[in-house]
Design a protein around this ligand. Structure first.
Ligand code: MG
Ligand code: NI
Length: 465
């Protein structure tokens, strides 16, 4: 805001919410009111800066999986897998099929644990305890007091996902298990059986969450559906070769799809290697988080959403029975292309079901326990881009290396950043609906924060400009 214009209009005000609570990382929201007390705009300011892109320079590319996994305690696996995929291309190898399947298994576990955290721990207190409940109680501890069974279930579902990651990688977080060329260690029959034995309970918890949330949507969360970031935009993410839901690059993946809200394809089969030819990043002085967009359409028309809702919009079907039933119901509720950001929560629960069903399919594949899991080669390519679907959306790692494999340049395109424009539009829409002049109260401001939580941003991951 320009202060010189401000001094002539003393009634203009800015409300600040600092920090935004129940998100991963540090951010604040400012709500700008005009002279009449109406909301002009609301902005989401990311106030932390981590800068991994710079300090990876000079490191061997083989260490990138281990280094970038330390970017974040919530999404280490996403960086691990994107870094390993980039490393495969620097080696210019086709990784062994078992390695690809094991990486997929770990990504499914990662999406499960992250979505469980978002829904059960961070967001469900708003829905279950209510917007008007005591803010000191409106958190996981309040939930444990009010609905201990549900809170415990959510914790167990997250533990299940983390347990799979730990069983495969040897540790719960920061496991440098995926490496350029494959993975470090195969999976034993024993580990496979152990994971399989825990799937039914995990699926029952996901069902419990789905039943509860759909019931809330039908009874008391109708306004949220309309007001929490309901607008047309593009959607971007990976799809599989048969048009199914996809979460990883590799043999099954058909590349990046971009879809408009009317269901038309803006682009399809885009290769991650070409991202700089179709994506651009805008910068605003008031945030460390960049604003990516589809270059040809410009920063506004080209802005897109990524993550669970985008992935479900982009695919024809998911490819497993229960998840496809839920997808059909989602489309009955929100249309073929769902534009209500509040339904990111429902999309997360459906993706948990999809992950668990696809884990089951992978565990039935005899090749999953094959012992050849790593291809070896030297530096065959000096520049490469790897892609993976992180829980929050499409994640790209771009490295340039010298002949010795030392990193010269890194660019990370993080899922959360790609939802930046959508997050700002969402909080502006919510603020305009609920806030007029002086009717400010904590429950109203919490609704604005909850608009951000729809996107489950991970800010540790996303500020590397
Ligand atoms: Mg970047
Ligand atoms: Ni993260």
């Amino acid at each position: 805001m320009n202060p010189s214009t401000d001094s002539n209009q003393p009634k203009r005000r800015t409300i600040t919410i600092d920090p935004v609570t129940r998100i991963e990382g540090h951010a604040k929201i400012s709500i700008h009111l005009d002279a009449s007390g109406a909301v002009a705009t609301a902005r989401f300011h990311v106030t932390e800066y981590r800068g991994f892109e710079k300090f990876c320079e000079g490191r061997p590319f083989t260490e990138m999986a281990g280094i970038t996994a330390r970017i974040c305690g919530i999404c280490p696996v996403s960086h691990l897998l994107a870094a390993a995929a980039t490393g495969d291309k620097i080696l210019a190898v086709q990784i062994p099929p078992a390695a690809e399947k094991l990486r997929r298994l770990m990504n499914l576990a990662q999406i499960t644990q992250s979505h469980a955290l978002s829904f059960f721990h961070l967001s469900s207190p708003d829905f279950l305890l209510g917007w008007n409940s005591d803010p000191a109680q409106r958190n996981i501890f309040g939930l444990i007091a009010a609905n201990p069974e549900l809170a415990r279930s959510g914790i167990r579902l997250r533990q299940f996902g983390q347990g799979v990651i730990e069983a495969l990688g040897g540790r719960k977080i920061h496991a440098a298990w995926a490496v350029p060329g494959g993975v470090r260690s195969p999976m034993s029959q024993e580990t496979r059986d152990q994971i399989r034995s825990r799937l039914p309970e995990a699926l029952a918890i996901a069902d419990q969450g789905l039943t509860l949330f759909k019931q809330l949507l039908d009874t008391q969360l109708r306004e949220e559906l309309e007001v929490f970031g309901h607008f047309p935009s593009l959607f971007m993410g990976l799809v599989s070769r048969d048009g199914h839901w996809e979460h990883a690059s590799g043999r099954h993946c058909a590349g990046i799809r971009v879809m408009a809200s009317d269901g038309s394809l803006v682009a399809d089969g885009l290769r991650e290697d070409d991202y700089s030819s179709f994506m651009a990043e805008a910068v605003e002085p008031w945030s460390y988080l960049k604003f990516p967009y589809i270059q040809a359409l410009g920063p506004e028309a080209g802005s897109y959403r990524v993550g669970p809702l985008a992935r479900l919009n982009l695919c024809e079907r998911i490819g497993s029975e229960r998840a496809d039933r839920e997808l059909l119901e989602l489309r009955q509720r929100g249309g073929r292309v769902v534009t209500a950001s509040f339904l990111y929560h429902l999309a997360r629960l459906i993706e948990i079901v999809a992950c668990l069903e696809q884990m089951d399919q992978l565990l039935d594949d005899p090749e999953i326990t094959a012992t050849h899991v790593r291809a070896r080669a030297g530096v065959n390519c000096y520049e490469a881009v790897g892609v993976s679907e992180a829980p929050r959306g499409t994640l790209l790692h771009h490295y340039r290396v010298d002949a010795n494999g030392l990193i010269e340049r890194v660019n990370l395109i993080i899922a959360t950043g790609q939802n930046n424009n959508a997050m700002n539009r969402t909080i502006t829409q919510i603020a305009r609906h609920y806030i007029h002049g002086h009717n400010l109260s904590e429950p109203l401001l919490n609704r604005v924060e909850a608009g951000i939580r729809c996107f489950d941003p991970c800010l540790s991951c996303s500020t590397h400009a």
